[in-house]
Design a protein around this ligand. Structure first.
Ligand SMILES: *[C@@H]1O[C@H](CO)[C@@H](O)[C@H](O)[C@H]1NC(C)=O
Ligand SMILES: *[C@@H]1O[C@H](CO)[C@@H](O)[C@H](O)[C@H]1NC(C)=O
Ligand SMILES: *[C@@H]1O[C@H](CO)[C@@H](O)[C@H](O)[C@H]1NC(C)=O
Length: 469
């Protein structure tokens, strides 16, 4: 925190000394950047296209399989579990538009991915029916997403002599999805049936999509980084890169400074409201011992928990986008200490009735956040949390106690916990963060609007945000 206050303070000194134009880029330099832009852009587009073509050729002999975590769903009183989900290939990103924006240090992208298919196993059990007639449905499931595309901004940071793609303010879209199931009736007859629906209609597809987005963004990042970092900043700008570097540094400190002030106040709010540890929803699953077994078990958790929300931190430098209408700050956050678990679960299988606890540590987590500030006629900023979404959950270490005599349930339990966390719990966590940031923004605005001398700093801070253009 100390660092960001120092930045904030030095920014304020700049304002007070009347040097608000210190980092304004001259018309001449803007014209120069515009001159360099087409070549940089052409180079990146053609290198990216070549890379995609190479991937496409490799596809025939290198099998790339991306594994997805299980998904747990409840539809009325039916429990659905999707497992062994995979995206069995490396998608191509076809460039529809890729524009380099040097002043705002970002790439404007629009790529087409075509149709994507995720397949795996499903199991569906009607809980009410189970009690009377222990039937269970299971088989193969395959979900097809049509005409997938991705559009948005990718923030660039200047590191060493490279432009490094870092912050992804992007949105995916698809036109419709198709859910296909295959299951056996009797020993030899396989039945196949399908449903299709637009975005938002098929719950299964929407839930898979949440995770698929994570996979796609990380593939996109790998592909873009591979291409973009190859170009020298100094060479691309014919040795006239100093002004852009200074400006980039100034933009990053502005974005980080603003954000850290809000983050600090958001964390105070979480602590004050006693939200360091929050309760999360329970889950219930019906399972079979083996694929062929007829015996059914039931697993029921109590309420879960997540802690520690006050360890929310900025993971790297943020990006900033500004034009005459709006101002965006975007980048990724994460919980430094992310624990999730259940103090109590019970399970029943044949003659076993067991209870226990589950503790999970999530080592790698990323949450994307975008704050937007509209500039209206009076130039009073109207900030809001425009987007907050999960970008990554990885390296979950699940520790289960109490399953001694049913130790074969341990791996299943792990996948249920992670599946439930992703599918149902994370969206709840994000609501707390959104609430905290909304509160922080309100507080800062109030401070800046009240004329008390004490708040002069805060007022200057907000004015400063809008002083560069
Ligand atoms: C490509 O994107 C840029 C930036 O968003 C936009 O100004 C331009 O019109 C787009 N070009 C096409 C052909 O869509
Ligand atoms: C589950 O089974 C019960 C009892 O047969 C039935 O009334 C209910 O409609 C079923 N629910 C679903 C979602 O199939
Ligand atoms: C997915 O959709 C495409 C286009 O409609 C089709 O060619 C392909 O066979 C489908 N894949 C599956 C597994 O259904």
């Amino acid at each position: 925190m100390l660092k960001s206050f120092t930045i904030l303070f030095s920014l304020m000194v700049i304002i007070q000394e009347g040097k608000t134009n210190l980092y304004e880029i001259s018309e001449d330099y803007l014209a120069f950047l515009e001159q360099c832009r087409p070549t940089i852009q052409e180079n990146i587009v053609s290198a990216f296209n070549n890379e995609m073509a190479r991937n496409h050729r490799r596809r025939n002999f290198i099998k790339t399989v991306h594994l997805l975590d299980s998904i747990l769903l409840s539809v009325d009183n039916t429990k659905i579990e999707l497992s062994d989900l995979k995206l069995p290939w490396l998608p191509d990103f076809k460039v529809i538009n890729l524009t380099v924006n040097l002043v705002n240090l970002c790439l404007d992208i629009h790529f087409k991915l075509g149709d994507l298919n995720v397949n795996g196993n499903y199991e569906a059990n009607n809980v009410t029916l189970q009690k009377q007639l222990p039937v269970s449905h299971n088989g193969d499931v395959s979900v097809n997403f049509s005409d997938v595309s991705v559009k948005g901004k990718v923030g660039l940071l200047i590191q060493g002599d490279s432009f490094v793609p870092k912050n992804y303010d992007i949105d995916y879209s698809w036109t419709e999805s198709e859910v296909t199931v295959k299951y056996f009736v009797g020993k030899d007859t396989q039945v196949e049936s399908k449903i299709t629906g637009p975005v938002g209609e098929l719950v299964l597809a929407d839930k898979i999509w949440l995770q698929l987005k994570e996979v796609l963004t990380s593939i996109l990042h790998d592909q873009l980084v591979g291409v973009v970092v190859e170009y020298s900043v100094t060479e691309s700008l014919a040795d006239e890169d100093k002004t852009l570097r200074d400006y980039a540094r100034y933009q990053v400190s502005k974005a980080n400074g603003l954000f850290d002030t809000l983050l600090c106040s958001a964390k105070d709010y979480l602590v004050e409201k006693d939200y360091r540890r929050i309760a999360t929803s329970p889950f219930q699953v019906i399972y079979r011992g083996k694929l062929t077994s007829t015996e059914q078990g039931i697993f029921q958790s109590g309420d879960g928990f997540i802690t520690d929300l006050s360890t929310l931190s900025r993971l790297s430098d943020l990006s900033l986008f500004e034009d005459e209408h709006q101002f965006h700050v975007y980048g990724t956050l994460g919980l430094r200490d992310f624990k999730h678990g259940y103090e109590h679960f019970s399970t029943k299988f044949e003659d076993n009735e067991l209870t226990g606890t589950i503790n999970t540590q999530i080592y790698s987590n990323e949450i994307f956040i975008k704050l937007s500030f509209e500039k209206n006629a009076e130039n009073v900023p109207k900030p809001k949390v425009e987007k907050i979404e999960v970008r990554l959950i990885k390296e979950a270490e699940v520790d289960t106690s109490g399953l001694g005599s049913l130790s074969w349930l341990i791996p299943k339990t792990h996948s249920w916990v992670v599946g439930h966390l992703r599918t149902n719990v994370m969206s709840n966590l994000l609501k707390y963060f959104e609430e905290a940031f909304s509160y922080a923004i309100e507080q800062e605005l109030k401070k800046s609007q009240s004329g008390e001398p004490d708040n002069e700093k805060s007022k200057l801070f907000w004015t400063f945000l809008f002083s560069s253009k």
